[in-house]
Design a protein around this ligand. Structure first.
Ligand code: HEM
Length: 226
C-alpha cells in the first residue's frame, strides 16, 4: 500500500491536506478554484478524501449544525455575488473530516468529468457547470468546523448551485433523505432565461449522461463508480 500526502492551496483561503491511499480504489485529489493547486503549508487539518462518505453522512446527518446554533446547517446565499457560503459545525473532528472529505471527493469527481447521481438532472447540471468551470468550490476544515464557499460566474450556474444547496440543507442534513429527485427543479432552472446561453449544450449533456436510477439506497448513479 502506498501512502502519499499532498498539501494544496485552493484559492486564498483553503489549505487542505489530502491523504491518498493508493490501494486500487479510485482516490480523489483535491482540486478547486479552476485547478489552481499550489503547494501550501501549515495551519490545516488532514482530510482523507478518498471516499464519498455518504453512508456515514446519512447516518450522522443530525450531528451537523449551523455553526453557533443548534439549527440544521443552511447556506448563506448572495445572489448579487452569485455566492453560497456554509459554516458547519460537527460534533467531532472525525465528523468534520468525513464531511470535508466528502466534498473534496465530490469536487474531484466533477472535475474528472464523472456524474455522481446521474439519474438526477440537478446533479447532472451541477456536474456540467463544475466541469466547464462555471463555478468554483473551496473547502476548509478546522477542528470540528467545515467552511464551504461556492462562487458562480453565471446566473444559470448560480441557480444550479443554489438549488443543490437547498437539497443539501433541506433533505440531506435535515432528514438524511437521499432519494428525493430534484430533476423537476433542474428543468425549471433550465427553462429560465438565466440559462438561455447554455440551454442547448446542457440539454445535449443531460441526454448523453443521464443514467437509470439504481436501487442502491444512496441514490448514486452508475457513472462515477459509487
Ligand atoms: C446521494 C448522496 C450524495 C451525493 C451524490 C452528493 C454529491 C455532492 C456533490 C456533487 C457536491 C458538490 C461539490 C461541488 O459542487 O463542488 C456535494 C457537496 C456537498 N455535500 Fe453531498 N452528496 C450526497 C450526500 C450528502 C449528504 C448525506 C450530506 C450531509 C448530510 C452532504 C453534504 C454536502 C455538503 C455540505 C456539500 C457542500 C455544500 C454545497 O455543495 O452546497 N452530501 N455533494
Amino acid at each position: 500500500m502506498k501512502l502519499e500526502t499532498w498539501k494544496v492551496t485552493l484559492g486564498a483561503s483553503l489549505i487542505v491536506s489530502t491523504l491518498l491511499v493508493g490501494c486500487g480504489n479510485s482516490s480523489s485529489n483535491t482540486t478547486s478554484q479552476d485547478g489552481d493547486n499550489t503547494a501550501g503549508s501549515g495551519g490545516s487539518d488532514t482530510v482523507n478524501s478518498s471516499a464519498s462518505n455518504i453512508p456515514y453522512l446519512r447516518e450522522n446527518h443530525a450531528n451537523y449544525k449551523e455553526h453557533g446554533s443548534q439549527q440544521t446547517p443552511a447556506p448563506t446565499k448572495d445572489a448579487n455575488a452569485r455566492s453560497i457560503h456554509w459554516t458547519i459545525a460537527a460534533t467531532t473532528e472525525d465528523g468534520a473530516e468525513k464531511l470535508a472529505g466528502h466534498i473534496i471527493y465530490m469536487i474531484g469527481q466533477l472535475e474528472a468529468d464523472q456524474n455522481p447521481r446521474g439519474w438526477d438532472k440537478l446533479f447532472l447540471m451541477e456536474a456540467y457547470m463544475k466541469y466547464n468551470k462555471y463555478y468554483t468550490t473551496s473547502v476548509e476544515k478546522s477542528a470540528t468546523n467545515v467552511v464551504v464557499s461556492k462562487v458562480a460566474n453565471t446566473a444559470c450556474a448560480y441557480e444550479v448551485i443554489s438549488a443543490h444547496s437547498d437539497a443539501v440543507s433541506g433533505d440531506f442534513f435535515a432528514r438524511g433523505a437521499l432519494m428525493v429527485d430534484y430533476s423537476s427543479r433542474a428543468e425549471a432552472i433550465l427553462a429560465s432565461s438565466a440559462c438561455n446561453d447554455v440551454r442547448t449544450s446542457l440539454e445535449s449533456y443531460i441526454s448523453a449522461r443521464q443514467s437509470t436510477r439504481g436501487n442502491g439506497g444512496g441514490g448514486m448513479g452508475n457513472n462515477g463508480g459509487m
